[in-house]
Unconditional design. Structure first.
Length: 191
């Protein structure tokens, strides 16, 4: 009889289900209005297996739109994308080729990558970390971006010396390591 009860109880055991995705980042997101600084940004995140495609559309104050898409793989296989990086040189809008590896770390989707920051004939290896995390019952998406490395340029001898006398030395550029740039962006779920 005991054997029958043990065998019978396993027959009614709940089947194991596949593990659910860590978080559902998919959908359309709008940058929080308090963070827009004269522009708006929307994200469309699409997921297929371990592949995330993130399309960003930015609308400036004049209504001009630009968009770019990146692909990342949450299984850590690695990816290469080209996009405009946050920089300590805000006038810089050229695209940079970035190699990253993306994995889930707890509740965050984290991409760690590297790129060469080029300025003229100078180049320096740099790093980027990007974290995506849901808050507020999945209605808010936090995007944390940190860029380390990079080059900034200081121009010396602009042609005017102390006491308004012309300088006799030629102008020269001084290159320095850029301080880390960190941004936290908040998006709200649209659908």
């Amino acid at each position: 009889m005991a054997l029958l009860l043990v065998a019978g109880s396993s027959a009614f055991a709940q089947p194991k289900t596949a593990t659910a995705p860590k978080h559902d980042l998919t959908g359309k997101w709008e940058l929080d209005a308090g963070m827009t600084f004269g522009f708006s940004e929307s994200l469309l995140i699409v997921k297929k297996d371990a592949e995330f495609t993130i399309t960003s559309e930015v609308t400036d104050a004049l209504g001009d739109k630009t968009s770019e898409s990146i692909v990342c793989y949450a299984d850590g296989r690695g990816e290469t994308n080209e996009f405009v990086l946050p920089s300590s040189r805000p006038w810089r809008m050229d695209k940079t080729k970035v190699k990253t590896k993306t994995k889930w770390k707890g509740a965050k989707l984290v991409s760690n990558g590297s790129f060469d920051d080029n300025l003229g004939s100078r180049s320096t290896p740099s790093k980027i970390t990007e974290e995506w995390e849901l808050t507020d019952n999945g209605q808010v998406l936090l995007r944390k971006i940190k860029v380390q490395g990079g080059i900034i340029i200081f121009r010396t001898n602009s042609g005017v010396a102390e006491n308004n006398r012309p300088m006799s030395r030629p102008q020269s550029d001084v290159f320095h390591q850029s301080p880390p740039v960190e941004k936290v962006l908040t998006y709200r779920r649209v659908n």
